[in-house]
Design a protein around this ligand. Sequence first.
Ligand code: ZN
Ligand code: MN
Length: 480
Amino acid sequence: MAKEDYETIIGLEVHCELSTKTKIFCSCPTDFGGEPNTHCCPVCMALPGSLPVLNEKVVEYAVKAGLATNCEITKVSKNDRKNYFYPDLPKSYQISQFDLPLCHDGKVNIELENGEEKVIEIERIHIEEDAGKLNHDEYGRGSFVDLNRAGVPLIEVVSRPDMRSAEEAETYMRKLKSIFEYIEVSDCKMQEGSLRADVNVSVRKKGDKLGTRTEMKNMSSFRSIVRAIKYEASRQIEVLEEGGVIHQETLRWDDISGKTFPMRDKEDAQDYRYFPDPDLAPIILTDEYIDNIRNALPELPESRKKRYLSDYELSMKAANIVTSSKYYSNMFEEAIKVCNNPKSVSNWIMSDIARILNEKEQEPDEIPFTGEELGELVKLIDDGKISSAIAKKVLEEMFENPKSPNKIVEEKGWIQISDEGAIKEIVTKILDNNPQSIIDFKAGKDKALGFLVGQAMKETKGKANPQLLNKMFKEEMDKR
Ligand code: ZN
Ligand code: MN
């Protein structure tokens, strides 16, 4: 059978660190980094006799996340102990939620490449504590435990196996990231491990029942997730085509070789022996509590998208991209206050800004200038002060040496030449040097005009006003 006869089935378990000030069961700070073992106390170090107290903010943030992803909220839930041994887990169990997650049966919409929408269902969102970190000594003297992260609150968002390609999985995870950024429950910094995914992959011949899945844990970049899914799907197809079987196992993705490897220990055989944590009271929520959180939710991307389509008449594609990130969307709204040109602002975001971020492998929250400054740039074009060719150079400069566009244009001497006398001088010179183009133009070859304008732009390093050039080239050629 050919590869095209198979389909890939993907489900994600996304872990997201909540941006509460303090940890989930003690009052230690959740700040990233810091000297090892300085954000710790007897509770998060699991010293004998210490007792956990649930941080109410964690419940509030998790309910917020549940409501924003269309989940049902569980009014009576509890914390359970998930027992396993690992050196970064000082209690030898993780406090999580087993059969009664705080949120369940949600869904989010994702936009596919072909413009269609697809619903990805969320099975559950539960709260749990993060583990510490092991730092492996580069001289082989051993591994050192850092418990700063132990007890940082997490939500785990478990999707149903609804995704059918690496691209869909990426789009879904980006959507979750965007929603959590909009509602401000997490900074979602993947480079700091605030957002990471366990990726489940299986393949099946179209129409067959679900195949056996493998799992890749703790993936924390979109690029690796996409590569790993593609590799793992084709590996599974190859095994099946050769008559082999897929074993349910945990794999390790190696970014350098671009391959997956079985983990040495058989983690899947593990029995976590879940049981309710006797040190913590059940979590009981009232309708009033849930409604208050619902009513305080900020405007979500779906609603912003509708507004951009109707109020600013953006295209569906533009509205999707601009609302795909809170940072893009806020930038858009700030910029149009300055220049009142929503279409142009959305074009800059979709094309040049997205392209530069892509080249730099950066995310929208890393854009080094403000929405006002983007608005200023668009206004410079609209006022005829710079050409769009120059504006592209200004934008590059705004990324490299963030400064206001007005300042950049002034310092670099990039103001557009719109003086008729100066333009005429250039036009005359170019025409004198290209007599054949005049003949071509008069013979009806419109391309010749484009060529002449291009020459003039080259001569002026892109500073000449293109509308004026067009007009004056035509006028001058009529005279000759
Ligand atoms: Zn603590
Ligand atoms: Mn988990």
